[in-house]
Design a protein around this ligand. Sequence first.
Ligand SMILES: [Zn+2]
Length: 212
Amino acid sequence: MSDESTIRAEICEIGKRVYAKGFSSANDGNISCRLSDGRVLCTPTLICKGFMKPEDLCIVDLDGVQSAGHRKRTSEILLHLEIYKNDTKAMAVVHCHPPHVLAFAMTGAEIPTGLLPEVEIFLGNIPRVEYETPGTQKFAETIKPFVAKANTAVLANHGSVSWANSLERAYWYTEILDAYCKSLILAKQLGEPQKLPPDKIAELQQLRQRFC
Ligand SMILES: [Zn+2]
C-alpha cells in the first residue's frame, strides 16, 4: 500500500480531475482513501476539489472522529465510512455531482444496462439510492444494501458515489458513469438505444469477473 504522503498527493490529483470534468461545482463532492493503519484520509468540508493541497486533508477513524488536519472533515465522510465498513476491499471512495448523472438522479429516469461494453464490464448494475438529507447518518446508511452488489451508485436528487480498490479506479467508475449518462441523453434524441444480444452481454459479464 502507498504511504500517506503519496495518498495525500493522489487525492489532490483526483480532486483536480473531478473539478476539471465539471463533476463538482464550488465545494461539492468529497474523496477519501483508507490508510494502512485502518484510518481514513479525506477531504475537508467547504473546499474546492480543484485547488486542494496535501496539508488540507483530514484523517478520521471508522466512526468519523477526526484525529488530524487543521480543517474540519466533510460531513459526508459518513457515507464513505459506511462503504468501508461494509466492504473490506474498498480502499477509496469518490462522491461528486456529475451533471449528466444528476439529470438521471433528479428525474428518477432509469439507467438501462446492456448497451455499452465498458459499462457492462466496469459498472454492471447501477443502483439508485433513495434520497436522504446529505451529511446525516441516515443518509450514510442508505448505501448499505448496495455496497456488496455494486461499485457505483446514483444518489437520488444528489449525485454519484463510486468505490474501488484504488483512488484511480473509484474515479474511473464515476467518469464512466457520467459519460454513459451523457451518451444516453444524446441517444434519446435520435431514437431508442439498441440493446446488445443476450449472449454478447453474457460475454461482457464474464469479462467483468476478470477486470473488477
Ligand atoms: Zn454530495
